[in-house]
Design a protein. Sequence first.
Length: 308
Amino acid sequence: MIDQNAPVTPDRKLRQGFIDFTAGSLGGALQVYVSQPLDTVKVKQQSFPQLYKNMIDCFVKTYRTDGIFRGLYAGSVPAVIANVAENSVLFAAYGGCQKVVAYGMNIENVKDMPVVGHAFAGFLAAFFSTFTLCPTELVKCKLQALREMQQQNPQNVKNNLPITPWKLTKHIMATEGVPGFFRGLTSTFMREMPGYFFFFGGYEGTRELLKKPGQSKEEIGALKTMFAGAVGGVTLWVSIFPADVIKSRIQVNNLKRSMTSVGLEIARTEGVMALYNGLLPSVLRTIPATATLFLVYEYTKKTLNELL
């Protein structure tokens, strides 16, 4: 078991980094299977709003046309890879960034840091996780919107656009090279960094509010931890959704333009509210998804701290 009051040694830093990395990986993997159907609906609504009346229409049409696994769970393999890659790096970096922020605020123990300190640590951690997220999420989004891409561009049908993660990855590499996997990187940064400021701020702030006098945030129990995670997730999506819409359009449609020009075009041609297409399924999916993420993260971390 790691003694939290013991001197900080390289060995202890390595173990704590491994624990954060493992806990984030497990949480990220389970998060996908809880939320993937509504994430598919979100991406379709964001990328092809003219094809669907609302969330329910999109869900039903996707299910009737392609079923569960090729429809609602399309892109789940790269989604798992994306979430495991992002959350393992995110939470490992978050632990390190918490210590950096605490040092900058002249606070000895991370647990004594105010909510804004945790939020800023999340902001910094997202910088590192974005590099792992962008390529895998690009493949996921393309797989989720594959049928709509074929309808919009019949040439894709003629060319037999790849329908598996591996084939699509090879297709992108062959046609666009490595830069093709980082299309939408700027908009991903603009989504992730401010988003995780609110994500971790909302989570830590809610845990602070839910704890009883004399109780630590780690002792609030599973249900309150899940509720705090859900609050963090909803806060994230509400705060950064326009950037996510722009990112999806850029990645799915292979746009080689800045996020500013894409965002202005959407607002001008479709109206400002088009930047919120898919918000409802995002909020609905993030409640169980982030509740699961933080429950698995916190309790995996607690178990590994006791065992190692």
